[in-house]
Design a protein around this ligand. Sequence first.
Ligand SMILES: O=C(CO)COP(=O)(O)O
Length: 236
Amino acid sequence: MPIIASNFKTNHTRKSTNDFISSINEYLKSNDIKSEVYVFPTATSLNDFDTVKNLTVGTQNAYYTEKGSFTGEIGTQQLDEFGIKTILIGHSERRHILGESQEEIAKKYEFYKALGYTIIYCIGEPLEVKESGLENTLEYIYEQFVGIDTNYENLILAYEPVWAIGTGVTATNDDIKNVHTAIKEKIDKPLLYGGSVKVNNVREICEIPNVDGALIGTASWIKEDFIQIIDNTKDL
Ligand SMILES: O=C(CO)COP(=O)(O)O
């Protein structure tokens, strides 16, 4: 059964997030679908969603603190209010757009690991590395595990080639299989693929060996499409 996760990134409001999550939860419940589903809304849309029992709401980011003076950030004081215990860490947009260093990412990972959070840890290479071949790609990816305890029991990995994120250009099945197989040989943890996953390719991607699900952006932001994505993979 693949893990299906939606990363809202900087999309949706509190109102539309509440509608989205309620609709997905109702779809899962009324159809008795057992897929492992995660939704990562914006920080402003986090809530306790206390009637939502069939999917997990996580945070896209948080600082490694309970509270304090970190302007613009949230910590566990804000996450605990809503019972959030799942977090994305290392997303390429935080690395390459927001400038999070591997050292910072490792500190964040250690902090939330110590608190028992489920962590979806993201790795992936930029285009120029991809174009230099598989060996360099893997070397780049392994660098992204510096300071990361990959034996952590609540760890889920997500391979998201930067050049496939938001571009509509999905990695080929061979691209995905080669990288996923190599990572799995080193790290035996659930490994999602992310990068232009769509309604019409999610099943094929989830059937590739060593792919344990998908972390989806753009194609998951309309609730009907996300329902279709779950429906297309629910029997795998
Ligand atoms: O970054 C991603 C999910 O975290 C992938 O985004 P897209 O599905 O828009 O390519």
